[in-house]
Design a protein around this ligand. Structure first.
Ligand code: PMV
Length: 339
């Protein structure tokens, strides 16, 4: 067991029942999410504990569905989008490391079938919805009945942003202060905003060259601007939550866009510089800002990749599609699948 896995296992020892068996097929859906107030920087890298709170919007029908059954062989079997993964596949290894946090020393060979409804061409990471769906499906297949706090914490072990993928709508992930991170969990922000739209403007759909984990470590260790980031991000998160509660698009959009640009500026100041945005991303932003000058109420946010996500309301969908013909528009509150 690695040191990181050991640290998680120590915490789970207290939170999971000591013995359990396979209870029956477990299926779960979890949506992908886009942070409106970003998580960038870990105060504990092994436990994925963030330096600041963050707030996201879930992407409704864009997400991951996972079914877990007992394997009919003595081996684990993993299928991703209908393809069986090799035992040595890095994605299979990450999934099994997560499953082992639940199984620990118990030998329960599983068949794990995951499918992703996020179009690959959108260039959106699926790790948040993937780890959230896997965590929920394991809870059901093993009959654990874990609380949402523990589920969010376990999803976080797989990928930080997965802590926010256990609900639809707006979700806040509290930074927490406990060294073991038991208070660093997500919770839904009870606001319905049916007119809200998210558009994904694909810029570069190839897998990212620098993982968010490596990017965060590098930024924290070398960017002179990082010192200012956690406090600014925590304030932004509080104000963004207030703008969500007021359903004030102009306020929310302006804050979310500034927060994303501050995160990218902090990365760019790292030594050597870390750049996820490409000239094409900047071109999308320039076009957006010009349209905003003309009165369009749309705002941008960008994550650890070149693609640009836009925030606006339904009445501007046509203008957005005209401005960015390759954009996909998502209605996050429109009949999202059951979790
Ligand atoms: O959860 P991770 O390790 O993939 O990191 C997510 C980082 C950002 O997407 C850039 C920001 C966020 O809060 O989702």
């Amino acid at each position: 067991m690695t040191l990181d896995a050991g640290k998680k296992a120590d915490i789970l020892e207290r939170l999971l029942p000591s013995g359990f068996s396979f209870k029956g097929s477990g299926t779960a859906y979890a949506p992908s999410n886009i942070a409106l107030s970003k998580y960038w920087g870990k105060r504990d890298a092994a436990l994925n504990l963030p330096c600041n709170s963050s707030l996201s919007i879930s992407l409704g029908a864009w997400g991951s569905k996972t079914t877990i059954d007992q394997s009919s062989t003595s081996q684990d079997e993993i299928f991703f989008n209908q393809v069986k993964l090799e035992d040595t596949d890095p994605q299979a290894l990450k999934i099994l490391a997560h499953v082992d946090l639940f199984r620990r020393t118990q030998n329960i060979p599983l068949r794990i079938v995951t499918s992703n409804s996020i179009p690959t061409a959108a260039g959106l990471a699926s790790s948040a919805s993937g780890f959230a769906a896997l965590t929920l499906a394991l809870d059901r297949a093993l009959g654990l009945g874990l609380s949402t706090n523990v589920l969010s914490m376990m999803a976080r072990f797989g990928s930080g942003s997965a802590a926010r993928s256990l609900w639809h709508g707006f979700v806040k992930w509290e930074r927490g202060i406990a060294p073991d991170g038991t208070d660093s969990v997500g919770h839904p922000v009870d606001v319905s905003w049916p007119e809200l739209r998210i558009a994904i403007v694909p810029v570069d759909t190839a897998p990212k060259k620098f993982s968010s984990r490596d990017g965060m470590t590098h930024t924290l260790a070398t960017s002179p601007l990082f010192q200012a980031w956690p406090d600014q991000a925590e304030n932004d998160c509080t104000e963004i939550e207030a703008a969500v509660r007021a359903r004030d698009l102009r306020k929310l959009g302006a804050l979310a866009e500034s927060n994303a640009l501050a995160m990218h500026a902090t990365m760019m100041a790292a030594r050597p510089s870390l750049n996820y945005l490409t000239p094409d991303s900047w071109q999308v932003l320039t076009r957006l800002w010009a349209a905003r000058e003309e009165g369009l109420a749309a705002y941008a946010t960008m994550d650890a990749g070149a693609n640009v996500k836009l925030l606006f309301e339904a009445r501007d969908s046509d203008s957005i599609q005209t401005l960015f013909p390759n954009a996909t528009v998502i209605a996050p509150f429109d009949n999202p699948p059951e979790l």
